[in-house]
Design a protein around this ligand. Sequence first.
Ligand SMILES: Cc1cc2nc3c(=O)[nH]c(=O)nc-3n(C[C@H](O)[C@H](O)[C@H](O)COP(=O)(O)OP(=O)(O)OC[C@H]3O[C@@H](n4cnc5c(N)ncnc54)[C@H](O)[C@@H]3O)c2cc1C
Length: 469
Amino acid sequence: MTDALLAHCRAIVGDSHVLDDQAAMAPFLTDWRGRFTGRARAVVSPANADEVAAVVRACAGSRTPIVPQGGRTGLVLGSVPDASGAAIVLSLRRMNRVLAIDPANRTMTVEAGCILYDVQQAALEAGMLFPLSLAAEGSCTIGGNLATNAGGTAVLRYGNTRELCLGLEVVTARGEVWNGLRALRKDNTGYALRELFIGAEGTLGVITKAVLKLYPQPKAALTALVALESPRDALRLLGLLEERCGPVLTAFELMSEVCLQLVATHFPDLPRPFPVRHAQYALVELSSNESEELAEQLLESAIGAALDADIALDAVVATSVAQTLGLWQLREHIPLAQAAAGKNIKHDISLPVSRIPDFLDRTNAALLAAFPGCQLVTFGHLGDGNLHYNVAPPGGSGHDAFLANQAAVNRIVHDSVAQEGGSISAEHGIGALKRDELARYKSAVELDMMRAIKAALDPLGIMNPGKIL
Ligand SMILES: Cc1cc2nc3c(=O)[nH]c(=O)nc-3n(C[C@H](O)[C@H](O)[C@H](O)COP(=O)(O)OP(=O)(O)OC[C@H]3O[C@@H](n4cnc5c(N)ncnc54)[C@H](O)[C@@H]3O)c2cc1C
């Protein structure tokens, strides 16, 4: 950053909100997984949209790249700058106020730097539910959730972040403030600009505020863990639950025995709900707006039907808050257990749910043929067709060396995904990590349209360059 730009930013946001000292900037430059550390000219933290707009205009004047940053929990290197040191990091952390709640319209207006957990709590205190839920909720921000169109564990019932947003305020790449903070469920007045900024990973503008949808607090939520022989049976169970429970079914997560063994190794205090091992498990949640009894009846009769039809092998229904937490902790500790075991090659893929069993049969076989004994750690939001399909080295050791196979492993997995009409990024986005993979799997027509949108909204190419495209 030239001295003049640095001085300009200080004049806009205040001296103490522009960091250019290496030690002070360090926490903003490394990605969540600790795989990459970039460099930046400065970290700038505005207090409101007008300050964001003034900083963007100042950067546009000197063609300085801007990397918007929320909680820095993104998993594809979207919110960290590259190694050139040319960019400023624009941190939204000071813009963290819940501005308004409209109970009758079931909406909430928040600043983009609000931590997701705080948004959930504010909704709860108002007697309502903001249903977005993911393991990073204590650190990630609503702006980051919107910019990545985050998914999480309740997509089956409530949809992705995109479905939970009615309006946005955005600072454009030209440094104008677009007030699209509409709290409307119907609004057919031309191009859906809001949709462009959601999922754009900060490449088109900076989200500064959002109007979010709220829902009634469910009266009861019931969780069960169901043991299964195969992903095919998991799919049959999903179909049965969808038929019998309809929208009451809020989550359907798949975990393999390999996942639970990893959790047992690294978190031995967590429960092992079944006396014997099974190949697969489905973590199921029903939530009812009527009563606990109704949810219980529905869940028990559906699981009974699954056992009678030989779809399920065994099942545990949580009967206390502690048991419910214990079952969810098994699921939430899988990424943590994997991290404790060492690095592995991760894929965040989605497929038509009907294609998942064939995809797994074919891809597992291809990987085991290419890398005999490799460990396949497969879990995820099966109800949404979204799998975290991770590959670790044989024998659970030599993780760093195994990463050298990343390109070959990606090719097997992503070619197989493409063959089934799936997506190479279900919910984490593209960032810098999957940019080359995107270029490989998207058609030229689609890439050209994306480039045209980027050029129209960010003609100077200063918004998070090198990410997505
Ligand atoms: C333990 C863990 C579990 C996770 N689980 C899930 C999950 O279940 N489902 C899921 O979808 N994701 C999950 N994620 C990844 C997920 O993308 C992020 O947690 C979250 O959505 C990012 O929010 P953030 O505030 O940390 O954004 P950051 O990491 O700071 O930024 C992410 C991207 O958004 C851009 N951005 C950030 N704020 C803004 C803004 N205000 N305006 C414009 N662009 C902006 C950044 O430039 C970057 O490209 C998980 C991550 C972790 C670490």
